[in-house]
Design a protein around this ligand. Structure first.
Ligand SMILES: [Zn+2]
Length: 223
């Protein structure tokens, strides 16, 4: 069994200490929320000593705070992943999926510069970040897309294979069913994002297992 990283296949024993849910880069502008009028002026600049407390309280109300794919953010990511490596880190599982603007070339660059393995995911994030075409995709096509990305190469970067499914959000039940079907077929790892409803994790696991997905470690898998 091999793990597909953005720089190629490696043995599981070479992964080292692994963070299973990180985002090195993503488009998050859809999540902007207007701050209360009385404190709106606090959000007009980047971080300052005067406004950092307000941004902590209302993180989605700072346009500066929710940009996670500009040069400033990328510079911080190179630094942080470098520190992760220095402190004994081995691998980062990158959970950015369709709708959040996955950036595989950047993951490759981070991996090359830091020596940390990066595993890219496949699948779709929540409905709020999808366009009309994506929302109309059939279960079969969701499945086929993940199959292609896991076994042949990613649609936006064909020489890189996705290494797992995720993070899959409950934007449509068919996305979860497709994830269950692909897991049954390939035995790959899965990461779900249940969003805010406390009942969602239970419904996700029900739909996923009904579609054939396994919830154990699936040691007898093919990947
Ligand atoms: Zn995430």
């Amino acid at each position: 069994m091999k793990v597909h990283t953005v720089l190629g296949a490696v043995l599981p024993s070479d992964l080292g200490r692994t963070l299973t849910h990180e985002h090195l880069s993503m488009e998050f502008n859809n999540f902007y929320r207007k701050p209360p009028n009385q404190i709106a002026h606090r959000f007009q600049s980047g971080f300052t000593l005067e406004n950092v407390g307000y941004i902590r309280q209302y993180p989605y109300s700072s346009k500066f705070n929710i940009v996670m794919n500009d040069d400033h953010s990328k510079h911080a990511v190179y630094n942080d992943v470098g520190v992760f490596k220095e402190l004994g880190g081995g691998t980062i599982v990158e959970n950015t999926t369709i709708g959040l603007n996955r950036d595989i070339n950047f993951y490759k660059s981070v991996s090359e510069k830091t020596g940390v393995h990066v595993v890219a995911g496949t699948g779709h994030y929540i409905a709020d970040v999808q366009n009309d075409t994506t929302l109309d995709i059939k279960t079969e096509d969701l499945y086929n897309l993940m199959l292609t990305e896991l076994t042949e190469g990613c649609i936006d970067n064909p020489i890189v294979k996705a290494g797992f499914v995720g993070e899959i959000a409950n934007f449509e039940r068919r996305a979860i069913r497709a994830a269950g079907e692909i897991q049954a077929q390939l035995g790959c790892g899965i990461s779900f994002h249940p969003h805010r409803d406390p009942k969602a994790p239970f419904e996700i696991i029900r739909l996923y297992t009904e579609a054939g997905g396994r919830v154990n470690k699936a040691k007898d898998t093919v990947r």
